[in-house]
Design a protein around this ligand. Sequence first.
Ligand code: CA2
Length: 149
Amino acid sequence: MSLIVLLNGPNLNLLGKRQPEIYGHETLEDVEKSCRRLCGELGHDLRFHQSNREYELIDWIHEAREQAFGIVINPGAFTHTSIAILDALNTFDGKVIEVHISNIHKREEFRHHSYVSRRADGVIAGLGVLGYELAIRRLADLHAKSRAV
Ligand code: CA2
């Protein structure tokens, strides 16, 4: 299995189009391009999704169970509300990296808690969209290490 699934939650389709002071100028299409290039270099396949609907994110996590060794997820505001996404991630046996473009700990109190962090093997926040690429690199490293033993 050499597949990485990268999931983006609600409103992230607006990346680069609104609130650049928080989320930067790069669009989600730019992020997808750079992540695809990186996965190509690392010899992994990438499935890249965004949805504003909680159930779609959950369905993609279920799909990943059979097919992927790792998930990168920016659950958007579902980070702070969704036990359902946490439950879905708990059914996935591979590695999970949670990414936030902004530093959620520097922002409003209600963004400080993440349900997803209870399952995540790593959390990246506040590094802008670079966080997605770093998460992919981490998954690739973990995958290589797990095959070396
Ligand atoms: O920092 C992050 O990546 C967040 O996951 C983004 C979520 C927010 O609810 C989380 O607390 C932190 C919001 C995504 C909204 O995305 C937009 C992007 C561009 C313009 C407007 C919204």
